[in-house]
Unconditional design. Sequence first.
Length: 194
Amino acid sequence: MARLNPDLSFVPTLKNALPNDQLLFIKDAKGGQAIRQWRKNTAPQKANTSAEDNDKLYQKLLHKIMRQLHSYPIDTITFIWMQGERDAQDHLSANYGYELSELINQLKQDTGRNDLNVVLGRLTDFGLKRRKINYDWEQIRHLQVDYAEHTPHTTWVDTDDLNGANDDLHLTVDGYYVLGERFAQAALKLISQP
């Protein structure tokens, strides 16, 4: 998500679809972080860190959201989540589904919005063609889709065609542009649901 510029395609797609609505966008991203780094008060992964250090990313995100919630009347909130590479590379897939569910539940609780919409970007197919993909990578992809398909107000977007012909780790420049459009279209579908 850190490489995605929402102003190129995500924001324009939503503004074009909802020209009469006031839209508010908050981006908070930091590359190379495991999902535990985004959870509130999780146990530290390393001996030299504390739980307080471990949830700084979550607290920063929550602060940005809450500042806006108190400033404007908000009809609907959609949370876009694209993450998982670090967890796959560090072989942390065993708890990924739980961590994802806890993160979303914590956001719902802290914002007071049980109707929070969630759009997940599934990890790319990095390594699939070369058969160098590890078990954890495949597992996280599966867990992301499973969570999206079994959780109300949640969907996922495919990224397999956005990382180039060699199935690179990161998306191409055009891939990030298309991803922004896909996130916006998925968000629009969730927003339009009762």
